[in-house]
Design a protein around this ligand. Structure first.
Ligand SMILES: [Zn+2]
Length: 82
């Protein structure tokens, strides 16, 4: 018998938050993404290993990724218009 296990990261779009890109200065908003990495056994996700939040520039020519903390992500999401 052998085990099949691995880490899988899933990206979840939380929404577009106001902000300017540090790379290209694009001010049309940043896409807030939550990246959850789970440990899986036989392709069944078992538990969460880590959660990261990142902002992606919405300028298709740039697409820069900026990692932010969970607190910062919550704050940005709360400030975003729905
Ligand atoms: Zn940019």
């Amino acid at each position: 018998m052998f085990l099949i296990f691995g880490l899988r990261t899933r990206s979840e779009r939380l929404g577009v938050v106001p902000g300017a890109c540090r790379v290209c200065d694009h001010s049309g908003g940043m896409l807030l993404v939550r990246e959850t990495t789970r440990f899986s056994l036989f392709f069944v996700p078992l538990f969460r290993v880590r959660t990261k939040h990142a902002l992606y520039c919405t300028n298709p020519l740039c697409g820069a990724r900026t990692e932010i903390g969970a607190g910062e992500a919550r704050r940005l999401l709360a400030a975003a218009p729905h």
